[in-house]
Design a protein around this ligand. Structure first.
Ligand SMILES: Cc1cc2nc3c(=O)[nH]c(=O)nc-3n(C[C@H](O)[C@H](O)[C@H](O)COP(=O)(O)OP(=O)(O)OC[C@H]3O[C@@H](n4cnc5c(N)ncnc54)[C@H](O)[C@@H]3O)c2cc1C
Length: 414
């Protein structure tokens, strides 16, 4: 049994704690927040193997430059004279190639499918009652051009054994009979599932506490005590916490902690927002509004509209112009759904931890013998959380890992 210290109590940190505890380790999770906010609470809840294309794909840089001047655009990069950002941007630009997309698709698919299976297993356990449904995901398109692009993506998905069907207006009407959907068609991925994030996080925390995991909320890790390439303890604003093994799963903040070891982990924060609508919207199927890049999820008792990728300094400010753009997109695709001002006022933000190549960092690093990194999951952190937790527990327990970890190496070169 090892004493494992996890920095970060988002979905990645908690899933890691879950699998480490099951392997018989003594686990402590440290989090600077009250553990009820941020990316792991505001996300769209998709567990979506279908998202096989990484953020760093051909055309993204051009689109980002075009959208830079539009305050309501779904993708925004704040240009900054900041060495970390510039290094990240350089590596991101290099990764935006057809070749990278081709090599990443299978890797992304495999960890997403593993995670999906693990979510299914967890959902059957007695301690877990969270909302989890496998109904599929629609990519709703308003224009022929977008539908053609989505059909091309579906053809790529088929190459890695992910099946999608193409629906026209009539097909959409059959799936969504309760309200008007203003779209010409969609691709439909039956392989995808969805969930209500706060419910899973709550079940996880209860289960961990019940099984003896220590959760230290409101403690910020500010430094690392390193000796002979090994972490002896982490220093929080409340004291020293020692252990045998350490996991950095601090989401968008992980790069800052890694710096304490002299490690340069390229990571930026990609902010997104969610709006919850607690009235009955009539929406039955999770959908991505393809042109607007907005995710719509019928959760347990409410509908969530989520979107925007703002790459900027770490902060949780809510930009009302982009929130309004999400609401406008909802009304554009579902004319009967009008999001109210009050609902927009209650919008919340979360930061997606973005690696430059769109693949997570999972595994050991040469900088330190008892450290495992688990972050950088970008738009797929909810999907990949259970798989990541399992993989990290396998690394720490010196077991054969369920997947080859090389593509996820925190030491990979860009
Ligand atoms: C709007 C939106 C929609 C999304 N939709 C989806 C989706 O549908 N499907 C999907 O797969 N993914 C989705 N994502 C992405 C997903 O939510 C994230 O990838 C995932 O939540 C990241 O989890 P995490 O645990 O790495 O980070 P976080 O949830 O950010 O957790 C990191 C934790 O580390 C703590 N921390 C940081 N620094 C320190 C420190 N120094 N000391 C102690 N604690 C520290 C923080 O307080 C935080 O609680 C979405 C994200 C957003 C924003």
């Amino acid at each position: 049994m090892k004493k494992c210290i996890i920095i970060g109590g988002g979905v990645i940190g908690l899933c890691t704690a879950y699998y480490l505890q099951r392997e018989g380790h003594q686990v402590t999770v440290i989090d600077q927040s009250s553990m009820d906010q941020g990316a792991s609470y505001v996300n769209a809840g998709y567990i979506s193997p279908s998202h096989i294309i990484p953020l760093s794909a051909p055309g993204v840089v051009r689109k980002g430059i075009e959208w830079m001047f539009d305050p309501s655009s779904p993708f925004y990069v704040k240009p900054r004279i900041d060495a970390d950002f510039l290094r990240w941007a350089w590596a991101f630009n290099k990764s935006c190639s057809e070749k990278h997309v081709k090599t990443s698709m299978q890797v992304i698919r495999d960890i997403a499918v593993l995670s999906h299976e693990l979510y299914q297993d967890i959902s059957k356990e007695a301690d877990f009652n969270f909302h989890f449904e496998k109904k599929g995901l629609l990519m709703l398109c308003k224009t022929e051009k977008m539908l053609e692009e989505e059909i091309e993506v579906a053809e790529l998905a088929a190459k890695v054994d992910l099946e999608a069907t193409v629906l026209d207006r009539e097909g959409l009407k059959l799936l969504e009979p309760n309200l008007e959907v203003d779209a010409i068609g969609a691709t439909f991925y039956k392989c995808d599932a969805h969930s209500t994030p706060a419910e899973f996080m709550s079940d996880l925390k209860k289960c961990l506490l019940k099984n003896g995991v220590e959760i230290l909320k409101g403690q910020k890790v500010v430094d690392v005590d390193l000796k002979d390439n090994k972490i002896i303890a982490v220093k929080s604003d409340k004291g020293l916490i020692s252990g045998d093994e350490f996991v950095f799963a601090a989401g968008s903040w992980t790069g800052l902690i890694a710096k304490k070891l002299g490690m340069q982990l390229l990571l930026q924060a990609g902010k997104g927002y969610r709006i919850n609508v607690t009235r009955d919207t009539g929406i039955k199927y999770p959908a991505i509004l393809a042109e607007a890049k907005v995710a719509v999820t019928p959760m347990n008792g409410f509908t969530r509209f989520a979107g925007t990728m703002e790459i900027n300094k770490i902060n949780d400010d809510v930009n009302p112009v982009r929130v309004k753009a999400i609401a406008r997109a909802a009304a554009d695709y579902y004319p009967e759904v009008a999001i109210k001002n009050e609902e927009m006022k209650n919008a919340a933000s979360g930061l997606r931890p973005l690696s430059p190549d769109g693949l997570p960092y999972i595994g050991r690093t040469k900088n330190c013998t008892n450290l495992t990194i688990a972050t950088g999951h970008a738009m797929m952190g909810w999907t990949m959380a259970t798989g990541t937790g399992k993989l990290v527990s396998e690394v720490i327990t010196s077991k054969k890992t369920s997947l080859v970890l090389e593509p996820f190496s925190p030491d990979r070169k860009f």
